[in-house]
Design a protein around this ligand. Sequence first.
Ligand SMILES: Nc1nc2c(ncn2[C@@H]2O[C@H](COP(=O)(O)OP(=O)(O)OP(=O)(O)O)[C@@H](O)[C@H]2O)c(=O)[nH]1
Ligand SMILES: [Mg+2]
Length: 350
Amino acid sequence: MAFRNASVMEAGNITKFSEKECRLVVAGHTGSGKSAVVNTILGAKICTEGFGAGSVTEQAVLASRPRFGKEIHVVDTPGVFDSRPEMPEAKVRHELARAALLLAPGPHAILLTIAVGQRFSDEEKAVVHKLRVFFGEDSIRHTIVVFTKGDELVRNGVTIEEYLKSAPADLNSLINDVSYRYVVFNNKEPTIKGRDACAKSALDLVEKMARHNRTKHYSSDLFCHAEKQMVACDRETERPFRPKQQGGSSNSLDSLSTVPDDHLIVEISSILESEPSLVEETKVKEERTTAAKDHSALRELMGRLVRHVSRRKVANGNNNSIVESLMSSPFMLGLVPLLQANGDVKNNNN
Ligand SMILES: Nc1nc2c(ncn2[C@@H]2O[C@H](COP(=O)(O)OP(=O)(O)OP(=O)(O)O)[C@@H](O)[C@H]2O)c(=O)[nH]1
Ligand SMILES: [Mg+2]
């Protein structure tokens, strides 16, 4: 569990993360195309997309796939940030706590979906406000707006810049707040190439943002708490910290604060007790990361070996026998299946 322990953060501190891993959360208004964005980013139909007025996604879920040389983890959220959520307050809290656990120790980016053509009304403004309350005020520096239904722009012969020019001041002010970090997605793009281009544009922006922020991922007290709880749970001997339920407001999202809400803390504890599979689910993430780290160490080792062999080759008057004997050695032959599993060497049997 070394990796998990190493990634526990104190509030305000950002620790390193594997360059091979990227955690994202997709949030936005019900029906704004959140699940479709998850599918486009992961290049597979993993989350159920819906048609109609009601919410389709009912639970915060984590979906992962290797993409563009990284292990991408995306949390799809139900409409918990709506100003009038269809689900009861207790369920909203439960889903927010689940999202915090799935994203611990914090997301590299928050993707806020806004459907093109949808009026940027008080509803949408409420989503932005609730996101800031839940993730923390500083989260705006880690937010990227994903305009979905980009095909609407094409159909109307309008560019996104022209669309924004005629958009309400509140939408433009949001775009300003996120330092003009936005991308346009057409999740209905018929070609894989087209959908992959959307995914790549978002992931490139995540990297650019991380470079600009000089941080690896976003954190807040809530994520620190979720992470510590998971570590404690993982150690098995320690029981998750269970804070006393305190009085006060019943609405867990009514003040702008990054200090984890007591209601959410209680919820996090109870989820970890009732859903131990959630820890297992995130362990997969950790194991993959560790495997990716081991793999890059292996590649480094191989690089050194090849350089060594090349030098010996020159020293021995370009005699190929050293290379040949090394390449056919049991050591090298043992490496091949490992590299095949990681996609570095083509498997001729496929
Ligand atoms: N034309 C078009 N339709 C899209 C696009 N993205 C999503 N949709 C459609 O919009 C509808 C809603 O998409 P979802 O991904 O289910 O939206 P959601 O935000 O996950 O919805 P909830 O889970 O109910 O909150 C579905 O019918 C999608 O197929 C897009 O880029 N273009
Ligand atoms: Mg959905």
